[in-house]
Design a protein around this ligand. Sequence first.
Ligand SMILES: [Zn+2]
Ligand SMILES: [Zn+2]
Length: 243
Amino acid sequence: MTLHEIKANFGLPVTYLNPSRLTPANGRSKMGGDETYLIPEIDICPSCQQKRTLILELYKDEFPETFFPSNTDYLQVKTCYNDQCIDISDIVFKLGFGKILDLSPNRESMESHIPTVYFEPIFDVEIPYDTYESIEQLGLIKLLGVNKYEELIGEFTAKIGTKINGDIFVWHPIDIPKCSCGKKMSQFLQISSYEPCLQPEEDSPYWEWDPSLGVFIGKVGNYHFFTCKFCNNEEVEYRWDDL
Ligand SMILES: [Zn+2]
Ligand SMILES: [Zn+2]
């Protein structure tokens, strides 16, 4: 089997969001800055009573490949970065969905430390490795031998960076959440502290990396949102990891 066939048979579609544009050439979806709409359920931190910081907002008409529960067309992720609310035992990025017609526009600016950055998306596939392998893929690994197989798929395994779908990029293994139907849930959104598109010349070792946009997930970490692609129960789970 050639790499091309492996990608076609086993690849998980992925949209690398590549947050890198300071002006909105390609759309309204973005990271950082002020949120465009208010999702009251996730707006205020219950511990400090202050507005949470916007991490990301996505519009369904721009990224329909993202999971949106029925009757929603807007997604937002927020967190609280106030010192007293940062708990490294569990970093909570709150995910909210809404229907734009029913949402109120945000009129408040909160001077986020995360700059407003728009996307230059790239579409590809990632070949699951140690995560979502099918019986067929496991058979192929056995047939080719692990080393040969790893060499073949090397540059198409999960990548760091904020992305839609694809395979999970983790520094340390995590347990992928399971749906009540018994199947592993699929990642539909990964948010990363480190954006490779913003560090094209990076030559320092990864343990010296800093968050590219001020999105702290522990040190340099990744936040993963999952849902089941086999059921329509629309349940969402999350996991995170960091260095
Ligand atoms: Zn707080
Ligand atoms: Zn399920």
